[in-house]
Design a protein around this ligand. Structure first.
Ligand code: SF4
Ligand code: SF4
Length: 434
């Protein structure tokens, strides 16, 4: 099996060895679950419950109210204590349903199917939509919206993304290693739902255990497992499509325009759960790691579980945290409140001591060109940064700022420690508002 490469990218210290071989531990449901109505890209779901209502595990509590939206389900059984704004991982207080767990874990009738591959494409789509499935790789785009947006196009390839290139994170690794047959089933169901002709599962080469298990589980079916170079950001959608299919998604374009759809391995697992067991998306695997986590590991966590509960399950902190992240160190979001809940997009919780959290004062650019070399989107980060610093948004747009995939490789590699990514992100937000 040859290794597939892509242009640009960097090689940060991966630190995946800490949790890669640790089996997933199932965390008990939280005593209090906090369920934001937005856990995805798009509009907020509309709450269907009010204070005092009784709910069961899997019951829909937030309904789709827009074309880009995802439904939300209760991860516990119990009593709704409040429907009010609560802090969330993105730093905003968002409307959330707060449920006190009654400890009964009473479940709705989930309507399982013994052989979901027999379902029609429309039936699979309905189940994906009803289950509130979004991209579990961290992006959070509603899976059904991705499928629907491609429905008038011929889809040649469905890529199941098992690259998980962010340092420290091993949640997808464990999903592939432990829930292998569900990933394969989910891939087949996603292919049927989107009319994809061929399924390719792309896995970073640093996960040989996953490559072997997926290859064996795929058997003689038409699924191909391919090995992607261990390099950040190998899991980025456009880079993966170029590397695996040699197709280039146009600027401002979407993968279906080149006949490809990409879904994360966790999403495939969730689709299998929804179609086979009738189980909506109420839990996910989360990596808990970092130099001050006492017992790092991977945990199957009910959505709505506060970060502090998950961290306690991993033994808590061994020292005062200097930084806690939702997600990986390259693209993750710093957290200031550990009461925020795990939501569909939380791939990991990382905690670091001061020694690991380096802060630099930016120095003048030495024109080394390294930021250009590593940019997987073929941009000139140094130029766009300069335009952004000077408020030249039109020029930043002309130099492709909107094509930036926000991977942070430019900032990571810059010997002058310039905040390139920060400025480019600012330029993107300014351009988007024009
Ligand atoms: S400009 Fe954007 S895409 Fe290019 S390296 Fe920087 S963050 Fe990544
Ligand atoms: S990597 Fe940093 S120092 Fe080198 S050209 Fe880019 S901005 Fe300048």
């Amino acid at each position: 099996m040859k290794t597939i490469n892509f242009r640009g990218g960097v090689h940060p210290e991966y630190s995946k060895y800490i949790t890669a071989d640790l089996p997933v531990k199932v965390l008990p449901p939280p005593e209090i679950a906090i369920i934001p109505m937005v856990q995805h890209v798009g509009e907020a779901a509309e709450p269907l419950v009010k204070k005092g209502d009784q709910v069961k595990v899997g019951q829909i509590i937030g309904k789709i109210c827009n074309t880009v939206c995802a439904s939300v389900h209760s991860p516990v059984s119990g009593t709704v204590k409040a429907v009010e704004p609560r802090p969330t991982v993105n730093g905003h207080a968002l409307l959330s349903v707060v449920i006190e767990n009654d400890g009964l874990d009473a479940v709705i009738d989930m309507n399982p199917h013994p052989d979901p591959i027999q379902l029609s494409a429309a039936e699979i789509q309905k189940k994906i939509e009803s289950a509130g499935i979004v991209g579990l790789g961290g992006a959070g785009f509603p899976a059904i919206v991705k499928i629907n947006s491609a429905k008038d196009h011929k889809i040649d390839y469905l890529i199941i993304n098992g690259s998980e290139c962010e340092p420290y994170l091993t949640a997808d690794h464990r999903v592939m290693a432990e829930y292998t047959s569900e990933v394969i089933l989910g891939a087949k169901l996603l292919a049927k739902a989107s009319g994809a002709e061929k399924i390719i599962i792309a896995v970073e080469e640093n996960k040989p255990e996953c490559i072997a298990k997926l290859t064996e589980a795929a058997g003689s079916s038409a699924i191909e497992v391919v090995k992607v170079v261990t390099k950040y950001p190998a899991g980025s959608e456009k880079q993966l499509i170029k590397a695996v299919c040699n197709r280039e998604v146009p600027s401002n374009g979407l993968p279906y325009q080149v006949g490809v759809l990409v879904h994360n391995v966790g999403t495939a697992w969730a689709v299998a759960q929804a179609c086979q067991k009738g189980r909506p998306l109420i839990e996910r695997v989360v990596t808990v790691s970092g130099d001050i986590i006492k017992e790092p590991g991977n945990f199957l966590v009910r959505l709505g579980t506060p970060f502090k509960t998950v961290i306690q399950a991993a033994g808590g902190f061994t020292a005062e945290p200097a930084k806690v992240l939702a997600g990986g160190p390259m693209m993750g979001l710093a957290q200031y409140n550990l009461d925020v809940p795990v939501v569909k997009t939380v791939t990991g919780i990382l905690a670091f001591s001061q020694k690991e959290v380096k802060q630099y004062d930016p120095m003048p650019c030495i024109k080394c060109g390294r930021c250009v070399e590593v940019c997987p989107a073929h941009l000139m980060p140094v130029r766009i940064e300069l335009f952004a610093i000077n408020g030249m948004w039109d020029e930043a747009r002309d130099y492709g700022a909107m094509d930036c995939i926000e991977c942070g490789c430019c900032t990571y590699i810059c010997p002058s420690k310039r905040g390139l990514f920060h400025w480019i992100k600012l330029a993107k937000s300014k351009i988007a508002k024009v």
